[in-house]
Design a protein around this ligand. Structure first.
Ligand SMILES: *Cc1c(COP(=O)(O)O)cnc(C)c1O
Length: 392
């Protein structure tokens, strides 16, 4: 069955008592049992039944089931944000004395989690160039608990070879963990490329117009023990499960994800092509462009679409600010894959609390504006960006 059909027609785990066509929002903390023995079965996991909504909730389970059905994963755990999904994954995989091999190119809070927060608990961050496989091999040792990366880094737009990294990880008996937020899992199978644990900020494409925060940890059958730990330890002891209302909105978002994504990805490609000849824009970053250095690798890994995040470079920080201040249609906001087109200057916002030297090491440039391309008419988006780039 096609992914789009699965997104719409995955059945409920159990028939709804009233035959509701849309999964009801089970706004309840706890569940009642008929007998003490039934309670014992549910609490010990002998029978799969909800007992308390920090661990299981029918509305959240339904979203997890849909994602599991689409990705053919072993298990999916829905969390309260993308960062909750990433931090829970790292806490489940690591321990004092372990290290994480990763890159300096990634979302600011993920970088700060791995290089500042986890080291306080004795987990070492080993950053290297993930495009340099020998460097990766040199950094992995017996204490490495995973290799972690983003599939298209934000905002550098770097793409690493997932199969090659998976080969290194698997030779050392550790999982390859990928944040795949920027290309929906309806478009490509990360597991087919060797990814063992896939993490998605469902705040982005899935939520359907930036309705809510959420995160997904998608566990493939190569990490069954990890999947158990995500439920039994991370939800029980750390408690950042998705709430039922959010799961309801994100289930609806998932139903229209493919349709929205197709328009946003097509808009992005056309916009990126047209922006290349706009005065004042010195560079357009989008892996969908044929002359992008990662174009072929991205197409081989993720298929014909390249997401809906593009970057443009202007003369300097002042030019970026002037550009952003001159936008009339495009919104000044963070977030990705809203229905609306959004613009942000990453160096002074998402990476604003890093030092100049840290930003330089992460290749976050003062000249870059990130644009998340929405569902508006591409001509209107182009016209607004063109006039803002020429503002003096
Ligand atoms: C937004 C984002 C996150 C964090 O997700 P939240 O839902 O905001 O916590 C992590 N990784 C990537 C690539 C993101 O774009």
């Amino acid at each position: 069955m096609d992914n789009q059909t699965k997104a719409i027609d995955t059945p409920f785990g159990r028939r709804d008592a009233y035959g509701a066509l849309s999964m009801p929002v089970y706004h309840t903390a706890a569940y009642e049992f008929d007998t003490a023995a039934d309670m014992a079965d549910a609490f010990t996991g002998r029978v799969l039944a909800p007992d308390y909504s920090r661990v299981m909730n029918p509305t959240v389970t339904f979203l997890e089931d849909k994602v599991r059905n689409i990705t053919n994963a072993h298990a999916v755990v829905a969390m309260s944000s993308g960062m909750a999904a990433i931090s829970a994954t790292m806490l489940a995989l690591s321990a004092q004395g372990k290290n994480i091999v990763t890159s300096r190119h990634m979302f600011g809070n993920s970088f700060s989690l791995i290089t500042s927060s986890l080291p306080r608990f004795g987990v070492e961050a080993r950053t290297c160039d993930l495009l340099d496989l020998e460097a990766v091999e040199r950094n992995v040792d017996d204490n490495t608990c995973c290799i972690f990366l983003e599939i298209i880094t934000n905002p550098q737009l770097e793409v690493a070879d997932l199969s090659a990294l998976a080969a290194i990880a698997h030779r050392h008996g550790i999982p390859l963990v990928a944040d795949t937020t920027v290309i929906p899992f309806t478009q490509f199978s990360s597991h087919a490329l060797g990814v063992d644990i896939e993490i998605v900020s469902s705040t982005k494409y899935l939520s359907g117009g930036a309705t809510s925060l959420g995160g997904l940890v998608i566990c493939y059958d190569t990490v069954k023990e990890f999947a158990n730990r995500m439920k039994n330890e991370m939800l029980f002891n750390f408690g950042a499960y998705m709430t039922p209302h959010v799961a309801y909105m994100q289930s609806l978002g998932l139903e229209t994800l493919d349709a929205r994504y197709r328009v946003q990805a097509a808009n992005s490609l056309e916009l990126a092509r047209r922006l290349k000849s706009v005065d004042g824009i010195s560079h357009v970053g989008y892996v969908g462009l044929e002359d992008n250095p990662f174009h072929e690798l991205a197409a081989r890994q993720f298929g014909p679409t390249a997401g809906a995040m593009i970057t443009i470079d202007l003369a300097d920080r002042q030019a970026c600010y002037r550009f952003i201040d001159s936008l009339k249609l495009v919104r000044r906001a963070t977030n990705l894959f809203d229905n609306k087109t959004l613009a942000i200057h990453p160096a002074s916002t998402i990476f604003g609390n890093f030092t100049d030297a840290e930003r330089a090491a992460m290749d976050v440039l003062d000249t870059t504006v990130r644009i998340s391309v929405g569902l508006e008419s591409v001509s209107d988006i182009y016209e607004d960006i063109r006039q803002a780039a020429s503002a003096r």
